[in-house]
Design a protein around this ligand. Sequence first.
Ligand SMILES: C[S@@+](CC[C@H](N)C(=O)[O-])C[C@H]1O[C@@H](n2cnc3c(N)ncnc32)[C@H](O)[C@@H]1O
Length: 306
Amino acid sequence: MIGVKSLEKRNKCLHYPVMWKEALSGLGIAKCKYVVDCTAGLGGHAYKMLEACQELFYLGIDRDGQSLRQAGDKLKPFEGRFTLVQENFRNIDSVSRQVREDKADAVFFDLGVSSYQLADPQRGFSFLKNGSLDMRFDENDFVKAFDLVNNLSQRELVEIFKKFGQERYSRRIARRLVEERKDSPISTTLQLAGIIEKSVPPKSRFGRIHPATRVFQALRIAVNRELDSLEAALPEAIALLKKGARIAVISFHSLEDRIVKHTFRDFASKNILSVITKKPLVPDQAEITLNRPSRPAKLRIAEKIS
Ligand SMILES: C[S@@+](CC[C@H](N)C(=O)[O-])C[C@H]1O[C@@H](n2cnc3c(N)ncnc32)[C@H](O)[C@@H]1O
């Protein structure tokens, strides 16, 4: 019999689309003709959607060209029923217009970083593997984490760590980074993680999460301007929905979830949306056991009413 530990280990290597059953049923995918997935990633949710509904046409957007190539391979059985476009989802309206004239029956976001991006040390997203300080979703973008870490002022670094990472030791970490980079640039993920570890008090070095978690999250959000993109995309996504169509967003940290919650609330107060999930849905214990990274996921769904 396979134990829970080895099951977890095995599933880390597989790609498991987070809360896919809840997302598909919340969007009413079985009855949709046209869905726009703003975060196609490796095509995990895409596969489930195309499999669930023979009538469905799927438009998948992602900033990451490498992920889209993988998604294209995965979706081969559905050839002719999908299009993948490398773009920032903030341009959802123009991308959708280029692909279809009609409005969407469903729009979906599964935010953040994928297991595939985390697993590749060269992408620089993980503080557990050595790689260059990159963290760009889109390899055509200009600014890397390296540029922020080595060029921003101490004050600017503090602001990023506080705002996007809610890091309580922002000042200590930024001070130490600025000190260390005087000799030579900080160029690798493990070098950065080591400096962070040395900056925080000993009790925080062995806590529930790795001491570099929040700073890496903050840098990733800053490099990719993730919150700006989400704020810009949500109103466009809502405008793209047909009357009666639904939008579903899975977020992985409170900053994203707050933007989704407030945008839905704002559009509900104008009688444009009806919020279906008064409280966000979260993964059940069985999903968390199969796929631990799903733990912080929050799914919010709303329906266009006018
Ligand atoms: C959690 S993964 C999505 C996984 C996907 N649902 C699947 O099942 O394979 C999040 C994806 O969002 C993409 N992404 C993040 N911000 C984006 C943006 N502003 N525009 C387009 N894609 C973005 C990332 O490149 C990443 O591939």
